[in-house]
Structures are given as C-alpha cells and as structure tokens.
Design a protein around this ligand. Structure first.
Ligand SMILES: C[S@@+](CC[C@H](N)C(=O)[O-])C[C@H]1O[C@@H](n2cnc3c(N)ncnc32)[C@H](O)[C@@H]1O
Length: 276
C-alpha cells in the first residue's frame, strides 16, 4: 500500500532547538539572553512572525492565571510569548514530534516549562478533556487540515462555555491554488485552503458564534510585498525562519507572498465564541 505525503514530514528535521539557540548566540554573542522575546524572530512560524501574534492577542485578550490552548503550537514561540507576557498558562498541542521536542527544549531554555506544556497530538482528536480552557487560539494550522468541521468541533469541545477562540490563517482566494511549495506544504496533497463561504459554513456547523471575521489583506499584503522584494535582493535575515526550515525557506516565503499578492491566498483573523 502506498501512502501520500504526511504533514509532519514537511515540518520535521533533527536538532531544531540546538540550531535555534546557536543562531541566537551567533547573532547576539555567547551571553545573549534566551527569552520568549529574544527568540521571537526564530520561533513564531507564520507569516509576519510576532507581529501577527501580537495582533491575534489583541483579539484573544488573555489574562493572568487563565488556561489557554494553542492548537498546532509548532515549536512553541507564540505559547511561550503569551504565557510570559500575560502571566497565563498555555497548553500547546502539535502533530509533529520533532516540533514538540524542540518546543519542550526551548521551554526549558527560557525557564518557561512550568507555564507552557506541550502535548503531541492531533487537532482532530485533542488529547484533552471537555470544557477545560478559558481561551484558545490557532495560527496557520487549518491550512494543513482537510476535515475542518472536525477541527472546529474539537476546539469547541475543549473550551469552557462562553469561552473564545482566535484564529489567524490563510483562506482560498479567487486566483487559484497557491504557488507551491509554500511554508505550510510542499504541494496540494497537504494544503487545504477553504473559501470564506466554506469557512463560515464549517464554523456554523460546529456551533460557534462569530464575534469577528476580518480579511486583513489590504493592511498586511503591501508590507509582505516589501519583505518579498527584500528577500529577493538580500536573502533571508540572519535570524530568520530558515534556521527552522532550512535554506528552502526563502523560496517558500516568496511563493507564499506571491500567492497573497495574486489572490491565491487570503489572510483572515477570526474570533469565535462557544455559546454559554
Ligand atoms: C505553519 S506551522 C504553525 C505553528 C504555530 N502555530 C506558529 O504559528 O508558530 C503549522 C503547525 O501545525 C501543525 N499541524 C498541522 N496539522 C495538525 C494537526 N492535524 N494537528 C495538530 N497540529 C497540526 C504542524 O505540525 C505545524 O507545527
């Protein structure tokens, strides 16, 4: 029997945390502080990096002492930064074992392992009890998931009644498929972008109330285009996502930004509430 490409194989590599810590010290010297802030150029794995996380947090409004869930937590940058900045506890769940291992090592390196826990698991069967979280968020994960109704249903199950989830990701646009390979997938076998209408229908089917739904292309794509031009002329910055994904990251990023420019992918920020 043959199997298709797996999402986790696209993301996996060995020695991720070591590469990241070495890159930080190469740029900042041997005494460079290792904090959720100093790691931010290397561990927020989505377009526009920590700036996108800051904007998501404006929607999410986490508070001290709350239990927050990060679905598809990657190597844990957003989880550490949110726990550190707001004094809450964050649980991250991710499919890719190498990312979970890196996240735990970076939690220890930043002294955040008592406030950020990482569970290896699938967003479609979260290894978590019902009604457990005060808030949840997910950044650039549903793009790898075909069964979005199950993704939303699982998120709803683990949230407390009345709790919110903030989502930031890319939807399908009118321009056709993205230019592959992109940062989230080598090809269409593991990339599943939904249109706005499909997204709204999937959210409604899970029983969420939509508090806000915002296409952010007009604000973000011009800045992304400026970044693309810089990448084309100068290459990746020393502290960039190629430390995580290898030298192919320049091509993946350029392809992603061209897809945004051509309406093949549309950035969206969504806030949902589980009915009380
Ligand atoms: C582009 S990365 C984003 C990581 C993180 N959210 C961030 O913004 O830094 C996508 C992540 O989604 C995870 N992922 C994809 N499909 C998943 C699934 N079904 N369940 C859990 N995690 C998944 C991948 O392993 C990867 O870590």
């Amino acid at each position: 029997m043959t199997t298709g490409p797996r999402v986790e194989d696209h993301y996996s590599s060995a020695g991720i945390a070591r590469r990241i810590l070495d890159a930080l010290k190469a740029a900042g010297g041997p005494d460079a502080p290792v904090t959720p802030d100093s790691l931010a150029p290397l561990d927020h794995f989505h377009g526009r990096g920590i700036q996108a996380t800051r904007e998501l947090v404006e929607l999410l409004r986490p508070a001290a002492g709350e239990e927050i869930l990060d679905i598809g937590s990657g190597i844990g940058g957003p989880a550490r930064w949110i726990a550190w900045t707001f004094g809450c506890r964050v649980t991250g769940v991710d499919l890719t074992p190498a990312f979970c291992e890196a996240a735990r090592e970076l939690n220890r390196a930043t002294g955040m392992d008592d406030r950020v826990r990482i569970l290896e698991g699938n967003a479609l069967a979260l290894p978590l009890p019902d009604d457990a979280f005060d808030r949840a968020y997910s950044q650039n994960v549903v793009m790898n998931i075909a069964d979005k109704r199950r993704f939303y249903a699982e998120a709803r199950r683990v949230l407390k009644p009345g709790a919110v989830i903030a989502l930031s990701n890319l939807m399908a646009g009118p321009g056709g498929l993205p230019h592959f390979p992109v940062p989230w997938a080598n090809g269409p076998d593991t990339s599943f972008l939904s249109t706005e209408a499909e997204t709204r229908a999937d959210i409604a089917a899970a029983g969420f109330e939509i508090l806000s739904f915002r296409d952010t292309a007009s604000e973000t794509v011009p800045k992304q285009s400026a970044f693309r031009r810089k990448l084309e002329s100068e290459g990746m910055p020393a502290l960039g996502m190629q430390v995580l994904m290898g030298e192919r990251m320049r091509e993946l990023t350029i392809n992603s930004i061209r897809s945004l420019e051509e309406g093949r992918a549309i950035p969206v920020e969504i806030l949902l509430r589980k009915p009380a």
